[in-house]
Design a protein. Structure first.
Length: 146
C-alpha cells in the first residue's frame, strides 16, 4: 500500500514499531474492542503485509502519523494515562488524555473493564487507546505536573 494513503499508525503494547494502516482509527478501534478472535490488519509500513492482533493484547495505540509517544507529552496536556512500558516512568510519562476524559470516570471504566475482562476505547489528545481489561496488569491515571 502507498504511504501517501495511510490513515494512521498502530502500535501494540510495548513494541516500538508504528505500523502504517489505511482506513480510520475509529473503525479499527471498534473492531479491536469487539474482537472475539485475532484481527487481521493490512499494513504498509515498515513491512507491508497482514498484521494479526491477538484479542489478548493488553493495549494498542492508534494515532496520526508522527503522533504522540508515551514520553512525548504535548505542552498543554493536563492529564495522562501511563501503561506498562519497557522504560521506567517519569513525571512526563504517559499518553495525553483527551480533555473530555475525566480521571474519575476513566478510573471507573477501566476498573469495570478489568473486573469484567472487557475492552474499552480511551480518547487521547491525538489518537485512541484500546485497552483489554482481561490482560492489562495496571494503569496509572494522573495529572501532568505544572
Amino acid at each position: 500500500m502507498n504511504p501517501e494513503s495511510v490513515g494512521f499508525f498502530l502500535q501494540i503494547e510495548t513494541d516500538p514499531t508504528e505500523w502504517g494502516v489505511n482506513g480510520t482509527p475509529d473503525a479499527l478501534a471498534a473492531q479491536l474492542e469487539q474482537a472475539a478472535g485475532p484481527v487481521a490488519v493490512a499494513v504498509w509500513n515498515p513491512l507491508p503485509g497482514q498484521l494479526l492482533v491477538s484479542p489478548r493484547a493488553a493495549f494498542a495505540w492508534l494515532g496520526a502519523p508522527g503522533g504522540s509517544h508515551p514520553t512525548d507529552l504535548p505542552e498543554d496536556a493536563t492529564s495522562v494515562i501511563y501503561l506498562p512500558s519497557l522504560s521506567p516512568a517519569t513525571p512526563t510519562s504517559g499518553y495525553a488524555l483527551d480533555p473530555s476524559e475525566t480521571l474519575a470516570g476513566l478510573q471507573d471504566q477501566i476498573a469495570a473493564a478489568m473486573a469484567n475482562e472487557e475492552r474499552i476505547i480511551v480518547k487521547l489528545v491525538d489518537g485512541q487507546l484500546v485497552l483489554n481489561g482481561a490482560t492489562l496488569a495496571f494503569v496509572v491515571l494522573g495529572q501532568v505536573p505544572a
